[in-house]
Design a protein around this ligand. Sequence first.
Ligand SMILES: *[C@@H]1O[C@H](CO)[C@@H](O)[C@H](O)[C@H]1NC(C)=O
Ligand SMILES: *[C@@H]1O[C@H](CO)[C@@H](O)[C@H](O)[C@H]1NC(C)=O
Length: 293
Amino acid sequence: MTFFALLSTLILVAVPTTQVLAHSCPCGYKDSSGHLWREAIVSTFTQNAGALDAVNADWIIATDLETQSGTATANIQYVTANVFEYQDALGLKASAYDHSGSVKCAEIFTQRDDILYGSFRMQSQVPSIPGVVFGFFTYFNDTQEQDIEFLSSDTNYYQTVHYTNQPGQLPNGNINSNAAKVVVIPGADFTTFGVHRIDWLPTSTTYSYSGNSDSGTPVTSATTITTHVPNTPSEFVINVWSNGDPEWSHGPPTADAIATLHYANLYFNSTSFSAASFNSACSAAGNVAPCSV
Ligand SMILES: *[C@@H]1O[C@H](CO)[C@@H](O)[C@H](O)[C@H]1NC(C)=O
Ligand SMILES: *[C@@H]1O[C@H](CO)[C@@H](O)[C@H](O)[C@H]1NC(C)=O
């Protein structure tokens, strides 16, 4: 076989293999807590085809202007260019503020908005430039939302994470400490790649982290919130933004603030693919074992 014939055979073999792998779990995904999920969105931003190829397969890049009020000092303008291939992974950026009145920010959200319960993970590095929020969350509306948020202006921002089942405030404006938790994880360094995770069940949300300390020791943490657990089909969102609000995002940033993602893997049930349809598909595939995730 000539070199070129061999090369084209390899390419022909390689392409279908990737597609088969993406659909090779007809009996679903069993997670490390023993829960079974029917569907998955596996976005491997480090893939050879590039991070944006993975984004475009399952996500929409936000382009809206979010006009701000209250104590905010700037609007949020989501722009396509701030979702970009970065260090062989996905970069999400809030740009150095140009004093135009709007901060150029980055957001991707799933094409799907029918996600109801699941296990959602990302392997990422947080931005280290002060004045931005890096969010990883489910969203239906402002009271059906569960959030992981990193605030780069926090003291010890590299090991501080905000977990919130919205609303995180009581009607009188005070923090509802049952719904909103600020967790500091000793030994963690979120500026190195670690896995941040939301496990959404009907009566609880478990937020967790798994990474390594700077000296290489494993660091793990889990926090469960049972207040305001959402029960409405939702989309999934990842963003980096600032509105200059001294009470939350701080900033706007004076240099580009970038979150870097190796992957975002979502394992979930939806209102579009019923348990009955799933059971038929699994049975037609010979009731193979679920994939372990
Ligand atoms: C969000 O949606 C839920 C479910 O439909 C509804 O009960 C709630 O009032 C909504 N909240 C807001 C802030 O619109
Ligand atoms: C998700 O779907 C699986 C398979 O249909 C089912 O066994 C499981 O109970 C569902 N989980 C939730 C939280 O609804």
